[in-house]
Design a protein around this ligand. Sequence first.
Ligand SMILES: Cc1ncc(COP(=O)(O)O)c(C=O)c1O
Length: 367
Amino acid sequence: MDDIKNLIRKNIFEFQPYLPGRPIEQVKKEQKLKRVFKLASNENSLGPSPRAIKAIARGLGEIHRYPDGGGFYLKEVLAKKLKLKMENIILGNGTDEIIEIIGKTFLNPQDEIIVSAHAFIRYYMAGKLMACKVKTIPMKNFTHNLLQMQKAINKKTKVIFIANPNNPTGTYVNKTEVMNFMKSIPGRIIVVFDEAYYEYMTRKDFPDSLSYIKNNRKVIVLRTFSKIYGLAGLRIGYGMSIKGIIEYMERIRPPFNTNSLSQIAARVSFSDKEQIKKGRKVVTEGRGYIEQALNKMGVEYVPSVANFMLIKVGKGNNVFKQLLKKGIIARAMDEYGLPEYIRITIGLSRENKLFIKKLREVLHQCF
Ligand SMILES: Cc1ncc(COP(=O)(O)O)c(C=O)c1O
């Protein structure tokens, strides 16, 4: 196989394949279980908007056509609601793809990017893919340390990635912190605010990241239809920025990266206020329930503002495996440098209850 190895770009050796959350059917078969709950990938257990399902059914008759490569109707709806122009928006096959497009558009091997130590892993990978230096800044109380991120800037710094709220810690940086940060950094640097969990945010002091775009700063804001909108399987997300930045990103976006059904479903879901409200309620109540149960059990966790929680369980990978045997798919956190933790998605009431019951059993078993 050495001949293949010789063909590979050098920096590809630094990559491991993405570790997906385990599929429900596979776990059922393997563990001989009838009921398995997947709480591993921060999806919305409520499912998509019923209106989106109907719209997809209507769209099925047209799938022999290529999708609208420009995503006109979806962008039109987004632009109107967000008070932007369509030229400020790019669509992606999930925001994952947009993160990669950012890397490919802006990063040369001599450039540097800045990320937090326990931030969403795709930023690190986008940097590494382009063979540039990734500066990793330790977090403070599981929260981005914006001051240290600012101090890490040098002449080579090109992009700073900030997931807000952050996955997997569930914490956020507030309006004042972001304002001070944005004032303190050179205007040439691109700041990416990844707001995949934006719709779950209920705090009044959450930054208005779009205002930086409206004020012509080099900011890219990412949002997705994979979380509260329940469309993770269709792969669609969007990025917003100033026209000049979007224009260059559009040059390398694959022409039909978002499919016709995802565009239709996203458009309808975006306007289904009732479904969004329900999604938020499920998470607020579920989070309260899990927090209370963990408090009673004396188990530490990181307070979260998103639809998942980081829970300190000791040997995370061990607990993950034990939970799997009991029909709960959680997420071990070794790849995020947090081996003592698991991350759990907040699900429906019955899922949360079973998770707590099984976690109690596993922790008794382990200790
Ligand atoms: C912070 C963050 N950004 C981006 C993504 C990717 O989402 P998408 O499904 O839009 O690719 C995730 C998914 O878990 C995430 O947690």
